[in-house]
Write a protein that binds this ligand. Structure first.
Ligand SMILES: C=CC1=C(C)c2cc3[nH]c(cc4nc(cc5[nH]c(cc1n2)c(C)c5CCC(=O)O)C(CCC(=O)O)=C4C)c(C)c3C=C
Ligand SMILES: [Fe+2]
Ligand SMILES: [Fe+2]
Length: 338
């Protein structure tokens, strides 16, 4: 740093970057899954039904039946190092730390379960981070994901006498660096398949349709991501048709459409035999991609008469992902780091 001779040398405050993902159970057993679901589904940002009505349904029905079923699903994707969502998010934080160097402290946390946001913010503060960038790893903004992650961080800050300065990462659904990372990752993984897909399906986590009418930008941002991705992939000759759908329906309300499994069945009817599915809204592979898509949606596609099915990996901790996050994070740290 260039300082005039008569100017006191002021040490640059340490800067922290906290990558935040959704959260996952500590273990793939019904008790751990119940604890996780109780926290997740009690979040008013996730289930927007008055708590007086919702809690009896949650405690009386959902938490007595779903944990066993979900634990079985988690067991099918669990790795020796833990839940895929945690494994990939941790690897992403480590790789980003390597890429950004020691001038920045990079760590990771989960909105539900462990490692908790409050504990990680306290640890960063204890390490001397006076400035922290909260980076919820959701390309498309939703109140149920981005906002609640930031809420949890601000709730933790509310208990601190001496707070660090805070910035938050905006959604990056239409950022050219995100679209370029998706395109590079898709090209790489499609080239490695043992078949040529007739179509690509971009499947996003669903949301109650009501949230769209209430002004949540998630649907529109997802649609824009697909449009930009389609344009980026259209340079291929012949271009790969890109379709879009929403998965992971929950509860009885109307959710965003078209639904993923129904879309796969429709694609078969329209003559698609070989399909590749991407999940651009998920930063990391998890239950929703590895079990719901790679196992269950695949079965639906094959049962309908489809022949070849592949789920392409999420960006995870790939080189494309780290280039992307380095770019996004460095931009938000402007003025905080040199
Ligand atoms: C009302 C219920 C739910 C809303 C709204 C919702 C939104 C939403 N979720 C993600 C990302 C993930 N969800 C995951 C799991 C998951 N989601 C719900 C319900 C809602 N999600 C449940 C009940 C579960 C748990 C699994 C199950 O029992 O089916 C995950 C994976 C977690 C893991 O451990 O691997 C992710 C990631 C987004 C992006 C989103 C809104 C945009
Ligand atoms: Fe979800
Ligand atoms: Fe699911």
């Amino acid at each position: 740093m260039n300082q005039p001779a008569n100017h006191p040398v002021i040490a640059t405050p340490k800067v922290g970057v906290l990558l935040i993902n959704l959260g996952t159970p500590d273990a793939p057993d019904p008790k751990s899954v119940r604890r996780y679901l109780a926290e997740f589904l009690s979040d008013r940002r996730v289930v927007e039904i008055p708590q007086l009505l919702w809690q009896p349904i949650l405690r009386g029905v959902i938490l007595t039946t779903r944990p066993k079923k979900s634990a079985h699903a988690y067991q099918q994707v669990w790795t020796p190092d833990g839940s895929p969502l945690a494994v990939h998010t941790r690897a992403t934080a480590h790789a980003l730390q390597q890429a950004m160097g020691q001038g920045v402290v990079v760590d990771w946390a989960m909105r539900y379960g462990n490692p908790a946001i409050a504990a990680k913010l306290a640890a960063m503060k204890a390490q001397g981070c006076e400035r922290i960038l909260l980076a919820p790893l959701y390309p498309q903004y939703s109140a149920a994901t981005t906002a609640t992650a930031n809420d949890a961080a601000f709730a933790a800050l509310a208990a601190m006498r001496w707070q660090p300065a805070i910035r938050t990462l905006p959604p990056y659904h239409d950022d050219p660096a995100y679209i370029a990372a998706l395109k590079a990752s898709i090209d790489r993984h499609v080239a490695a398949l043992d078949f040529v897909p007739d179509a690509l399906l971009a499947s996003f986590h669903g949301m109650p349709e009501r949230t769209l009418h209430l002004g949540d930008p998630y649907h529109c941002q997802s649609v824009k991501t697909v449009r930009l991705l389609r344009e980026a992939l259209s340079l291929k000759n012949p271009p790969l048709p890109v379709h879009m759908s929403f998965q992971s329906r929950f509860g009885r309300a109307k959710w965003l459409e078209p639904e993923t499994e129904a879309t796969l069945a429709k694609l078969v009817k329209e003559g698609v035999r070989n399909v590749a599915v991407v999940t651009p809204g998920f930063a990391a592979d998890c239950l929703e991609t590895l079990e719901e898509i790679a196992l269950r949606a695949k079965d639906v596609f094959l049962a309908q008469g489809g022949e070849k099915f592949a789920l392409l990996p999420c960006l995870n901790a790939s080189a494309e992902a780290i280039t992307l996050y380095d770019r996004l994070v460095s931009r938000e740290l402007s003025g905080w780091i040199n």
